[in-house]
Design a protein around this ligand. Sequence first.
Ligand code: NDP
Ligand code: GDR
Length: 372
Amino acid sequence: MKKKVAFITGVTGQDGAYLSELLLNKGYIVHGLKRRSSLFNTDRVDHLYQDPHIEDRNFILHYGDMTDSTNLIRLIQEIQPDEIYNLAAMSHVQVSFEVPEYTANADGIGTLRILDAVRLLGLEKKTRIYQASTSELYGKVQEVPQSETTPFYPRSPYAVAKMYAYWITVNYREAYDMYACNGILFNHESPIRGETFVTRKITRAVSRIALGIQDKFYLGNLDAQRDWGHAKDYVRMMWMILQAEEPEDWVIATGKTTMVRDFVRMAFNEVGITLEFKGTGVDEKAFVSQCSNMAYQLPMGKEVLSVDPKYFRPTEVNLLIGNPAKAKTKLGWEATYQLSDLVRDMMTSDLKLMQKEQYLHNGGYKTYKYFE
Ligand code: NDP
Ligand code: GDR
């Protein structure tokens, strides 16, 4: 039987890496779009890499960029994909306030470039398209929990760009009868989550603090509430969306929400450290109140976390909680990871990574890597 061919933009990102693994295991040929950068940026997919001299490769990377139409058209023409997963994006909400125009170009118009390439090449009936939409579309709370029918109120240049991408996907589906779908995914994390998203920033910092190679760390809004799932569960649903009979839009979430502050508590609990939070708003801090694991003993009362207003966003999304009922009833999708499993997975991985750093640190090498 002829192998299915998928094209993944954003293949070097968190979701791109997990989705590539999933599709390769299902027997697909996977083509991925990677950006040229001055250093290798393929860490997350290096384990899938195949020497270009091998015949019949099933994992092939191509240089390209979401801001370059001719490149996208040429690649789609060459690859003739059965499925396109458009995951590429400038995906950091806070950074989008600093690079709004680029974000609109890559995340918004970039999606149009993919849809239009498929149309121009006459692949409307062959190629199915998945668009990585986001719970950030809901923004300012209109309704909880948020479902496919909840009105949008985007609160950042990122969310506004993704709103354009959402609607242009719907429009191309309706105007040209294309199989194009939005997955409205709530936050999903993993051990390979980008280092500046809040969960990974927390699990890295907690690991370093527990191992004695960092003193404390800083966060912004500790009251924000997010519906956090595991990326492995969510990429499975991306594939399921493109196998459904009809093209539709889907909310993917766990249906539970947690405050940033409680994610911090859970991460410290993984190393047997209990925290006490004192103060409010910009004056809030967290101190060690108990250490129950002999391997990670910190002085009682040690300050390990402070709020730094530089991480506050000009407009914030305070509460996200999704209703995945449609995905469950129509496609049988359910999250298999609880938040506690996710935190454990991330902490186990970051503790291992940071032990390497600790080794270098103890050997007198400077290991501090700048991260926001
Ligand atoms: P990441 O930030 O980990 O990955 C983004 C990917 O997009 C990277 O491969 C990046 O390349 C690539 N990229 C960025 N800009 C361009 C560009 N101009 N041209 C080509 N490639 C580009 O994101 P995630 O894997 O977490 O998310 C995947 C998608 O899902 C994104 O669109 C995101 O906005 C969306 N999303 C994510 C959610 C989440 O919680 N993770 C929730 C809802 C939606 P490089 O490695 O070179 O930077
Ligand atoms: P989000 O994720 O903005 O929801 O977007 P992020 O992890 O960046 O923030 C979540 C919440 O934590 C608060 N916060 C901090 N965030 C960061 N990054 N750094 C901090 O120091 C910090 N302190 C508190 C934030 O204010 C926010 O409320 C993610 C991205 O993956 C998007 O691409 C995706 O679309 C959405 O999830 C769903």
